[in-house]
Ligand binder design. Sequence first.
Ligand code: ZN
Ligand code: ZN
Length: 231
Amino acid sequence: MLLNKVNKWLKNTQSCVLCGLHQANALGICDDCMSDLPWSMSCCHQCGLPTSSPVIKICSNCIKQPPSFDATSATFRYVFPIDKLLPSIKYANKTSHLGWLSTLMSQYILSQDKPLPDALVTVPMHPWDEIKRGYNQSSLLANLISKQLKLPAHLSAISKIKRTPHQKELNFIERQQNLINCFRLNEHLPKQVAIVDDVMTTGSTANEISKLLKNNGVETVQIWVLARTPE
Ligand SMILES: [Zn+2]
Ligand SMILES: [Zn+2]
């Protein structure tokens, strides 16, 4: 045991932050964990929900009733270990995972070969909720992505001015009403914007913020999330 520790120290090797069993790569995770990550598969380009075939670019829901945002890029599916990691970042201070996750998210976004936005914004928390948690994981993530992709992050562009119950606890109508007049835009933004968030659940918040941006001169809104939960 001690010998292992000494050897590790001598070689300056680091164990994988996910399994703790193998030697980590530059990102801090091992090759096994890396190959087991649940990368996104075929999903709707607009809302990010899974589609039955890669041939389907836009799902029937988005054709019938398109959301206010134009495209969604979700790096991972919301399954193990992502479904355990994202709540641990949000509720248990495990924000260090955002380092390697943001690097993979940036690589995924670049691999999609789509035009990059002019600016990044984040999904704001109500100031009381942010004080309680001590951080906003969306802002931490947007800050990292901003540095990696060299895109300006406007972290204070949007404020949440009303405290609301969690969207998942509400039905469709309640979700729409819950978010009315909930957000405020504080500054002028360029024409192409991406909203960065850790996870997209119902899509109602992304929809509401996109509406606000488009009512104020933004032309294209993309949603960049680590994962999209299934409906
Ligand atoms: Zn590992
Ligand atoms: Zn869709």
